[in-house]
Ligand binder design. Structure first.
Ligand SMILES: Cc1ncc(C[n+]2csc(CCOP(=O)(O)OP(=O)(O)O)c2C)c(N)n1
Length: 375
């Protein structure tokens, strides 16, 4: 797992690229390091830790709300916090983030309010409206479509003479889509400042990674597009930050894009509509929990004497109160009219949507609103 650094030189993407089929780990589960620490202040480490805890608590609350019929379908991320927070921490405010549907931690870190994320999953159209000064694209449900958007945006920035980068998230399943191929190919040719962040959580819903592709790794796919691809321990927030930061630096300098395969795991179901016990063993889940990303950073901060058990306890308490308020605010929102789900794609509603809306209204008149109670 570990990649030793020579002398005291920080390990670079190039070093890791040489042993491209071995995931790079900097921070071990017990909190020890395999090389020099990245340049992060105690406050920055604590900020990373806080967002990871926020994401974990948000997840718990959102799944419970869904189970109680108080929220629509939800895609939990627990277990994948480090892959998202480590990489998104390397973004500058002016860089653009392109999420799929599971990147709540990355989005919150880059400035999207938790309440908006909850609104999205509650079917409230406002949840797709990102604040003006926050550079995040709307959630992409069609797999891998966001990849080409991210390349286009980075190319546009390059044409405009800006050194803004783009970070795009997708899963191991997303790499089987044509958009993945087109995006990486284009980015390689035009040397866009794009980081392709594959969170390989080893399943695309129920389909295991081995059945997804016969490639030995996802990272090696980069080679065919003439770009660098690396495997990183996705439960190691420091390795994720270090590699993404360097990939951005090279991208901004015109040296092209990077594919990062972050090996991680989702503890929960694909979405609340999925039952993972039908396709995976609980022993496998337990094994990954021993490499928990939040525990790992906590252990490191304690070893650096910048954290302690008391602070940890107070943090969880504070975050639980924060998320309780988010849920309270969400549930206090006025109910939205059903027309809204038909409204925002076309300036004028086409005939087939008008027909569907009329049908829905008839249904509600006869049977009541199935969405009642959702905000
Ligand atoms: C183009 C397209 N095909 C199929 C689906 C249905 N679908 C939703 S999620 C998913 C699996 C995606 O797995 P992966 O890319 O590994 O991402 P993960 O959910 O594990 O993060 C599929 C097939 C979809 N949303 N879009």
């Amino acid at each position: 797992m570990a990649t030793k650094s020579k002398a005291n030189k920080p390990v670079t993407v190039k070093d890791v690229f040489k042993n491209k089929f071995t995931p790079y780990t900097l921070l071990n589960p017990d909190g020890t390091l395999n090389g020099p620490a990245p340049d992060l202040s105690p406050e920055q480490l604590q900020a990373m830790h806080r967002v990871m805890v926020e994401a974990r608590v948000f997840d718990e609350r959102a799944v419970n709300l869904q189970r109680q019929g108080r929220l629509g379908t939800f895609a939990p991320l627990s277990g994948q916090e480090a892959a998202q927070v480590g990489s998104a921490f390397a973004l500058r405010k002016t860089d653009w983030l392109f999420p799929s549907y599971r990147e709540h931690a990355a989005c919150a870190l880059h400035g999207q309010p938790w309440l908006d994320i909850l609104k999205y999953w509650g079917g409230n159209e406002d949840g797709s409206r990102v604040p003006d000064d926050v550079n995040i694209f709307p959630v992409a449900i069609p797999i891998a479509t966001q990849i080409i958007h991210a390349v286009g945006a980075a190319w546009a920035a390059k044409i405009q003479g800006k050194d803004d980068a783009t970070l795009v998230f997708f899963g191991d399943g997303g790499t089987s889509e044509g958009d993945f191929h087109e995006g990486l190919n284009f980015a390689g040719v035009f040397k866009t400042a794009t980081v392709f962040l594959c969170q390989n959580n080893f399943y695309a819903i129920s389909l295991p990674r081995e059945s997804q592709t016969s490639s030995e790794s996802i990272a090696q796919k980069a080679i065919s597009y003439g770009i660098e691809g690396i495997q990183v321990d996705g439960n190691d927030v420091l390795a994720m930050y270090q590699m993404t930061k360097e990939a951005f630096d090279r991208g901004r300098a015109g040296e092209g894009p990077t594919l990062i395969e972050a090996q991680t795991y989702r503890y929960g179901p694909h979405t609340t509509a999925d039952d993972p016990t039908r396709y995976r063993d609980s022993a496998e889940v337990d094994q990954w929990k021993e490499r928990d990303p939040i525990e790992r950073l906590k252990n490191y901060m304690i070893s650096q004497s910048i954290w302690d058990d008391g602070k940890e306890e107070a943090l969880w308490e504070d975050v639980r109160a924060q998320m309780a308020k988010v849920v309270e605010d969400y549930e206090a929102l006025p109910e939205r009219p059903v027309e809204e789900i038909f409204k925002y794609t076309f300036e004028e509603m086409p005939w087939h949507l008008e027909e569907q809306l009329a049908e829905l209204k008839d249904f509600i008149a006869e049977y009541g609103n199935p969405n009642e109670g959702h905000h």
